[in-house]
Design a protein around this ligand. Sequence first.
Ligand SMILES: [Fe+2]
Ligand SMILES: [Fe+2]
Length: 192
Amino acid sequence: MKPTEVLEREHQVIEQVAGACGTCAAALRKGVRIPFDILRSTVAFLRVYGDQYHNQEEERLFALLREKGVPAGSCPIATLEHEKQKLATMIDQLSAAVDIYIESAGAVNATLIDTLQAVAEFYPDHIWKENYLLLPMADKVFTEADQQALAQSLRTIDSDRGEAARRIVEEFNAAIFQCSESASIWDQAAIA
Ligand SMILES: [Fe+2]
Ligand SMILES: [Fe+2]
């Protein structure tokens, strides 16, 4: 599997969690209480899998593109870099909103609903740009040797952080499955 395909596969995992954020937002709007574990593991997923693992890998891809002479200000790189900053703020907001929701025993949820919705809307658009613009561009620009260098970088990151990232996916799934009373809501949310 090419390294760009590895990143694309990870996008599917991230999109599932983004979808679960939308499910949570919709459920909260209907007055359903969301188990705290689901919210905690969503934040942990976005930080550990999304930021520390997947973003780290994408950083290597960006660095390699720059080395190949692709200008940092070009489309879609500039947009994606900007969105990454926006995402970091959003995850901090989500984490704070989850803390407030838990501390208030589920009573204070307005910011939580808005932020979950924002995360759910952010990812499909961001990932679309990566899957259809960034990764195809990388496949065109990179030589076979570049692909191998990127693959090696991804293997190094994976040996460092892959295990923690996969554990977070398991914890997220466990949190969803534990919520058996509302199984119909959560069935589709678990990562396949
Ligand atoms: Fe990505
Ligand atoms: Fe990204």
